[in-house]
Design a protein around this ligand. Structure first.
Ligand code: ADP
Ligand code: MG
Length: 577
């Protein structure tokens, strides 16, 4: 027998599409507040939204007579007929969110439209509890709690508090950048996470990140035919290992689009490496008949009528903006590692002096792959062990160390050599021992993180302590660093921790590859640099330590440490046969 389902069950089924986690609830409610022309919105979370969500706005409010209707399926004030569908200028219009949310949680909404008396309506798992007058100011306040308590199977799908909270943080960013004119506040467990005053886009970006970020941003203002692109892209100092800072809005909707991302990467192409992500906040506006927006509330995709044209205009606008940075950054060096060797000051091309001992750098962005490649090459070198002949060492250009060996001479890159030494010792002490020793910092340093990175920091605290960082929580997403790994130069602490967090965000594991990454990051920061003058004693010590490492021939990133110049080759060059 075919029967119509009870409405509450229909709502629960629909809720499966519209709301499946705290973040999707926040999204729907934020959209409602924005549609209601609010200029101040406050999001209050408990346990990252898992326990309770409250959203307060100062928008147009809901009449007493309409409060109940708002919770009926397909009830909306935003469209009236089919014609309206073609000119939607609100975020919602399907009238599904409130009934869906109310079918899976306990909702209390207080609302007051202008010149009316405010009312409070309570609805619990789809059942009305009460409607009564309330003393609320103009606007709407909605409280959602005990999500999915009536559907334990669905509740099970909610992840940990940090995980759900991070989804809301990322949503908050998406909205606050989009609606920079609206005051937006986010509070979690009684702590203010963001308190953003309505302002221009650039000011909003600064408030969301740091004030200094404006120096690294390039404005995009582009118009061609019917296309308009505006917003900001980041220069190279904002390139990150993860995608977190890329925002694209098309005709007022947040969209993820591979095609446009590719065009943007391509414009940066020679400037960034694979696996790196540029920063951008871009708004594309085009006639609505040029694209097909999938109106499903959870979809963030569009289809373009003319994809080639879209690619083209993004390339045009971004390349134009980047033109200046390629000119103004003198230190920028686009030559990949292996080519770098050829252009170094050694008066031979690397091809000619290549012997089995020389490990050419791999361009593979994959670090473990680099190590593997290097190891394969290394195996071939076993039978040609280098034996240092003389006591004579020379440091040239404060960068390379030269010494004599039985079969000729070797040239050592002092930075990568030291990096290798520190890498091995630190990896060993993290894996097997007590961890790296820590040096006390004379003036403890307070470091503030963005709220997302802070949750990640807490997850990897144990590992950071193992490589020698000593710190404690300081509230408001801050820590005080009191100790840092020995050898790490003062002032490098924040940068080192941030790089490790970025890597963790990318890989989300703390297995051996992560430990290797931590060791290599530390090694790279702490190692002596090209340009550091070394005494002849220090040079010798460095060579000794290098040859007592397991793999003296390549650095943790796969770059060669030693170049071997056999006498044979020299003889050949001097035509001594
Ligand atoms: P939709 O947004 O698709 O119309 P919803 O279920 O999200 O559907 O909301 C139903 C109706 O409730 C909206 O059309 C609007 O009239 C009203 N409403 C919801 N939230 C608010 C709010 N914060 N301020 C004013 N009106 C609201
Ligand atoms: Mg809505």
């Amino acid at each position: 027998m075919i029967k119509k389902l009870p409405s509450n069950l229909i709502n629960q089924i629909a809720a499966g599409e519209v709301v499946d986690d705290p973040a999707s609830i926040v999204k729907e409610l934020l959209e409602n507040s924005i549609d209601a022309s609010s200029d101040s919105i406050e999001i209050i979370l408990f346990d990252g939204g898992k326990k309770k969500i409250i959203i307060n706005d100062n928008g147009i409010g809901i009449n007493k007579d309409e409060i109940k209707a708002a919770f009926k399926r397909f009830a909306t004030s935003k469209i009236k007929n089919a014609e309206d569908l073609n000119k939607i200028n609100t975020l919602g219009f399907r009238g599904e969110a409130l009934p869906s949310i109310a079918s899976i949680s306990e909702v209390v909404i207080k609302s007051r439209a202008q010149k009316e008396v405010g009312h409070e309506y309570k609805i619990s798992y789809g059942k009305e509890v009460h409607l009564k007058p309330s003393s609320i100011e103009c606007g709407t306040s909605i409280e959602i709690k005990n999500i999915f308590n009536n559907l334990p199977a669905r509740k099970k799908f909610l992840k940990g508090e940090n995980y759900e909270y991070r989804k809301i943080l990322s949503l908050f960013k998406i909205f606050s950048l989009h609606y920079s004119r609206i005051n937006m506040k986010l509070i979690n467990n009684g702590k203010i996470v963001y308190d953003l005053k309505g302002s221009s886009l650039i000011n909003r970006i600064c408030a969301l990140y740091t004030n200094g970020i404006s120096n690294s941003l390039i404005e995009i203002k582009f118009q061609k035919d019917n296309y308009k692109i505006s917003g900001y892209i980041g220069n190279l100092s904002l390139v990150k290992q993860s995608r977190g800072n890329q925002f694209l809005y098309i005709n007022g909707r947040y969209i993820k689009d591979k095609l446009i991302n590719m065009s943007i990467y391509n414009s940066y192409r020679s400037l960034i490496a694979r696996g790196e992500y540029p920063f951008f906040i871009l708004f594309l506006d085009l006639p609505s008949n040029y694209l097909d927006v999938n109106v499903h509330p959870k979809k963030q995709e569009v289809k373009f009528e003319n994809e080639l044209q879209i690619q083209h205009i993004f390339k045009l606008s971004i390349s134009e903006a980047l033109k200046n940075i390629t000119k103004t950054i003198p230190s920028y060096n686009p030559i990949p590692l292996s080519e770098n060797i050829q252009t170094s000051e050694i008066p031979f091309s690397s091809k000619e002096i290549t012997s089995e001992h020389i490990l050419t750098a791999s361009n593979s962005p994959n670090y473990t792959q680099n190590i593997k490649n290097a190891e394969i090459r290394l195996n071939r070198t076993e039978e040609h062990k280098i034996e240092i002949e003389s006591n004579n060492v020379w440091q040239i250009h404060n960068k390379y160390i030269i010494t004599e060996i039985t079969s000729g001479i070797i040239i050592i890159d002092q930075h990568v050599a030291h990096e290798r030494i520190l890498y091995e010792s630190s990896k060993k002490s993290i894996e097997e021992g007590e961890g790296l020793s820590s040096q006390k910092i004379l003036f403890p340093q307070i470091v503030k993180f963005n709220p997302e990175n802070y949750t990640y920091l807490l997850e990897i605290m144990y590992y950071l302590k193992k490589i020698g960082f000593e710190f404690r929580e300081f509230g408001d997403n801050q820590i005080v660093i009191e100790g840092s790994p020995s050898n790490l130069p003062i002032g490098k602490e924040e940068e080192t921790i941030n790089e490790i967090i970025e890597h963790y965000i990318k890989t989300k594991n703390t297995k051996s590859e992560f430990i290797e990454y931590m060791a290599s990051t530390y090694a790279c920061k702490a190692a002596i640099k090209a340009g550091d003058k070394l005494s002849s004693e220090e040079c010798k010590e460095l060579i000794d330590e290098l040859f007592s490492t397991e793999h003296p021939y390549y650095c943790p990133h796969g770059r060669p440490i030693i170049i071997n110049l056999p006498l044979e080759d020299l003889d050949k060059r001097f035509e001594r046969h």
